[in-house]
Design a protein. Structure first.
Length: 376
């Protein structure tokens, strides 16, 4: 999934968010090769296609209200509708329908949280996920209070990272860097975006040199600064730390950050650190199981992939703990149309069950109930 092109100012009015473009895991990257000189066969940059096919709506998270009842209150285009994200009239109609649907849900049922997220896929399909927290289930949002500090930017690293991102997204909008996939960098866990383009290549050395020198100051920004943008940039810079263990220690407390963007990236990097390290126990299990219950798709799918990598390292030694704490939410994720939810949850359940029931959700449910009922 990637960030949607629809007017973000209008979407913010109906508390709609988008999902990240990056894949669930990353691997170690090498230094970027020197850019080749243009040839006669080099294609001119092309802007990304703005037309998407709408795949429909999914709802997630209510433990009290049947899914069918919720879907009845949501009026959006029929599956198969083609939507142009640069068409202002289509944008306005789509956003108006989102806002009206959210209003109907709020007026009909009691929720502690509603978020309508619009996501785009690489195959140029798009969909809406409605994430819900029932009143009474506020335990699913155990987030830290908003930080109140104003922490100094060490050596201007955070501002430099922000400038790098502005340049990258400018190049993306021009079609000068790939719309999808991982870029090349020398960070510990790889990176999205990268420094392959000639305008970007000179910028990375500052981060390679400066981040290890100012690790403690960046941790302070991540944990204490009131500006969520600064916290996010500090977190992204920490992939230039020296080891997966150092990274996990630095970022783990921020798995409860009040800003979903920070939580998303913390969970992503915890999973990548566990995958790269391959050592059992580098990422503790309990915060990951808790995060599976967090309210947003960006929370649970990254927690799901982190759990996959924990189990790849240590097997099923904590099988019953996983089922007791998060079995229900893993089952709900496994039944989702979106691969972002479905793939990590089915990998976890498959490892726990020792078999794969595929799309047969009734079989997954029977296995879960039988396993839960026969535990020691």
């Amino acid at each position: 999934m990637k960030r949607i092109v629809v007017s973000l100012a209008l979407l913010a009015g109906c508390t709609t968010t988008t999902r990240q473009a990056e894949p669930p895991t990353t691997t170690q990257q090498t230094a970027a090769p020197a850019p080749e000189a243009p040839t006669a066969k080099t294609e001119a940059p092309r802007e990304p296609d703005s037309v998407y096919v709408f795949k429909g709506v999914e709802v997630f998270g209510s433990r009290k209200i049947p899914r069918e009842k919720l879907l009845e209150l949501i009026t959006l285009p029929a599956p198969g509708t083609r939507l142009d994200t640069k068409n202002e009239q289509q944008q306005k109609e789509f956003i108006a329908n989102l806002m009206e649907s959210k209003k109907r849900l709020s007026e009909t049922y009691s929720f502690a949280f509603i978020r309508m997220s619009v996501g785009q896929n690489q195959d140029h399909t798009m969909g809406v996920t409605v994430d819900l927290v029932d009143t009474g289930d506020e335990w699913r949002m155990p987030f830290n209070p908003e930080p109140k500090g104003d922490v100094a930017d060490p050596e201007g690293l955070i501002a430099a990272w922000s400038d790098y991102l502005k340049t990258f997204w400018k190049l993306r909008s021009q079609g000068a860097v790939p719309e999808w996939g991982m870029g090349t960098c020398r960070a510990l866990l790889g990176c999205y975006g990268g420094f392959d383009h000639p305008e970007l290549a000179p910028l990375e050395q500052r981060f390679i040199d400066g981040v290890p020198r100012h690790a403690d100051a960046l941790v302070r920004v991540l944990r204490e600064d009131k500006d969520s943008g600064k916290r996010m940039n500090a977190l992204m810079l920490m992939t230039y730390l020296s080891s997966p263990e150092q990274l996990v220690k630095a970022i783990l407390p921020s798995v409860r950050d009040p800003y979903e963007g920070v939580r998303n990236e913390v969970l992503r990097r915890l999973g990548s650190a566990q995958e790269v390290s391959k050592k059992p126990g580098i990422v503790p299990l309990e915060p990951v199981l808790e995060a599976l219950w967090y309210p947003l798709a960006t929370d649970r799918n990254k927690a799901g992939w982190t759990l996959v990598h924990i189990m790849e390292a240590e097997g099923t030694v904590q099988r019953q703990r996983i089922l007791d704490k998060s079995g229900e939410v893993l089952l709900e994720m496994a039944g989702m149309r979106s691969a972002l939810d479905r793939e990590p949850s089915r990998k976890v359940l498959g490892m726990l069950a020792g078999q794969d029931f595929g799309d047969d959700m009734a079989a997954w449910r029977r296995w879960f109930e039988q396993t839960r009922g026969t535990r020691p």
